[in-house]
Design a protein around this ligand. Structure first.
Ligand SMILES: [Mn+2]
Length: 451
C-alpha cells in the first residue's frame, strides 16, 4: 500500500477546488459509499464557503452526462464514480475543470483539465483497500480539517461496498479506521456479529441472520423462546422491541455463548463473535450503510446525506416506505409463481418490469434466505437499456461455487458486464438476453451441480 503516493496526488488534485471561485457542481453515486463520499464533499465545500450544489445518480451513463453538461457550473466534481467514464466526461464536458475522487478502475485517457484522484493511480486496489468515500476524504482533508470528525463515513462506505474481509478492514481502510478510533469517531467492541444491531428486534435479527445458523432460526417463536430461556427480554417497558444494542455486555456474552453452543460450531467462531464497529450515531457500520442504501434506492439520497452530516437524526419515514415496497415486491413473487423458474441447479426470478432494478438484489437475498429452497438463485429485472442481474449462493457452497466466475463466463456469451464475489455477484445485460443468460448459467452449473 502506498498511501503517501495517494496523498501527494491528492494535494495536486485539491488545487482546482481550493482556487475555484465560480460554481461547483458535485455528482456522486446513489449507494451508501456514494452518499458518504457526497457527504464528505458537501461538508468540505460548505466549510470552504464554496458556491456549490450536489446530486446523486445511479450510473454515469451517456444520457446522464448529456443532462449534466447542461448544468451551469465551472467545475464538476465526481465522487465514487467517474474514473470508469473518462472518455465520455471529456466528450460531454469539454473545457470544464473536472475533479474526480473515485476507487473504480480508471478507463480511458486523461487530459489537461482533468484532476484525477484514484487509488489505482497509487497502486492501491479500490476493490477492498479503500472506498469512494475514503478517496474523497483523502482529497478533502487537504482542503479543510473540518471533515476529520466525519472520517468514519469512509468506513461506512467501505462496509457498504463489502470491503470487509472476515469482518476486518485492510490497507488504507485500516489506516482510516485507526484515525477514526483516535478521534473517537468509531468505537470497536468485541461482540456478536449479528446484522441489525440497533435497527432489528433481536429475535428478528436471529431469525433473518446470514451470519449465524441456529437449527431453529427459521421459526420466529423458537427464537423468542431461545432468548427468554437466557433471561433476555424481547420487549422494553415502553413496548419497543429490544435490539442487540440494548443488551448489557454480560447479556450479549451469554447470548453469544448460547449461539455458539447451539450452532454446533467447533472451531472458528469469528463469523459469530468479533470486532463490531460502532459509529457516533450508535449504529454499527454495515447497518448504517444499509440505511443509506435504502435512501438511495428510494430516490432519497439527499436524506441520507443529511443523516450522515447530523442534519436529521432519523430516516424512519424512508425506511417505512422502503419496507412497504419490499413487502409489495415479495407479494408479487408469491402471487405470480410463473415469475420464478426452478431447475435442479438453481432458481431464477425473472421479474421483467414487475420489480425495480434497484430492488432486485435485496429481493433475491430475502428470497434466498426464506422462500427459495435452491442454494443458488438469480434475480433478473429490467433496467434502463438492459437487464440487471443479482446472483446469490448459499454460504454452504463457499469454495465449491464461484458465482463471479460463472456470471463473467455467461456475459462473455450474452454481452454485458459482470462482477462481484464468489457467493454474491451481479451483472448488467443488454436487453432481450434473459433466456440466453439463464441457459449459459445452467450449462455451467450442470457441470458442477446439482447442489
Ligand atoms: Mn464505491
Amino acid at each position: 500500500m502506498d498511501l503517501k503516493k495517494l496523498e501527494l496526488l491528492a494535494e495536486k488534485v485539491s488545487e482546482p477546488l481550493k482556487n475555484e471561485t465560480g460554481k461547483i457542481h458535485a455528482v456522486s453515486h446513489f449507494d451508501a459509499d456514494g452518499i458518504c463520499a457526497g457527504s464528505i464533499a458537501y461538508q468540505a465545500l460548505k466549510a470552504l464557503g464554496k458556491d456549490f450544489d450536489i446530486e446523486f445518480i445511479k450510473q454515469l451513463e451517456e444520457d446522464e452526462l448529456k443532462r449534466i453538461s447542461l448544468v451551469e457550473a465551472d467545475l464538476f466534481l465526481f465522487t465514487d464514480l467517474g474514473s470508469g467514464q473518462l472518455d465520455n466526461i471529456q466528450r460531454y464536458l469539454p473545457g470544464k475543470t473536472i475533479v474526480i475522487a473515485d476507487h473504480h478502475e480508471p478507463q480511458g485517457e486523461e487530459w489537461d483539465k482533468l484532476y484525477h484522484l484514484n487509488c489505482h493511480l497509487a497502486g492501491i486496489d479500490g476493490k477492498d483497500e479503500v472506498s469512494g468515500a475514503g478517496v474523497t476524504y483523502i482529497l478533502m482533508k487537504h482542503l479543510t480539517k473540518e471533515i476529520c470528525p466525519y472520517v468514519y463515513l469512509t468506513l461506512v462506505g467501505a462496509a457498504g461496498d463489502v470491503q470487509k474481509n472476515n469482518g476486518e478492514f485492510k490497507s488504507v481502510n485500516n489506516e482510516l479506521l485507526s484515525e477514526a478510533v483516535s478521534l473517537d469517531a468509531i468505537t470497536i467492541k468485541k461482540g456478536l456479529r449479528l446484522f441489525g444491531r440497533s435497527t432489528r428486534p433481536i429475535h428478528m435479527a436471529l431469525r433473518y441472520s446470514n451470519e449465524i445458523d441456529l437449527p431453529f432460526s427459521d421459526d420466529e417463536s423458537k427464537c423468542i423462546a431461545f432468548l427468554s430461556n437466557l433471561g433476555i427480554p424481547i420487549m422494553k417497558n415502553n413496548n419497543d422491541w429490544v435490539t442487540l444494542a440494548d443488551l448489557t455486555d454480560e447479556q450479549e456474552k451469554k447470548l453469544a455463548t448460547a449461539i455458539i453452543l447451539n450452532s454446533g460450531i467447533t472451531s472458528n467462531c469469528n463469523n459469530i463473535v468479533g470486532n463490531v464497529f460502532i459509529i457516533p450515531t450508535k449504529h454499527e457500520l454495515r447497518e448504517f450503510a444499509t440505511m443509506l442504501n435504502s435512501c438511495g434506492r428510494m430516490g432519497s439520497s439527499m436524506e441520507g446525506l443529511k443523516l450522515c452530516l447530523g442534519m436529521i437524526d432519523s430516516i424512519d419515514h424512508i425506511q417505512k416506505k422502503y419496507k412497504r415496497k419490499i413487502a409489495t415486491y415479495l407479494g408479487f413473487v408469491k402471487n405470480k409463481p410463473e415469475m420464478l423458474r426452478t431447475t435442479e441447479n438453481a432458481s431464477y426470478l425473472v421479474a421483467g418490469d414487475a420489480i425495480e432494478d434497484n430492488f432486485i438484489g435485496t429481493i433475491i437475498s430475502i428470497l434466498a434466505n426464506s422462500y427459495i429452497d435452491s442454494k443458488i438463485c438469480f434475480g433478473l429485472a429490467n433496467s434502463v437499456n438492459g437487464i440487471k442481474v443479482s446472483g446469490r449462493a448459499d454460504k454452504s457452497l463457499e469454495g465449491k461455487v464461484n458465482l463471479k466466475e460463472i456470471v463473467s463466463n455467461a456475459v462473455e456469451v450474452t454481452g454485458g458486464e459482470g462482477g462481484g464475489h464468489s457467493l454474491a455477484s451481479g451483472a448488467k445485460l443488454p436487453p432481450g438476453v434473459a433466456d440466453a443468460f439463464i441457459a449459459e448459467i445452467e450449462k455451467q452449473l450442470s457441470e458442477i451441480g446439482p447442489f
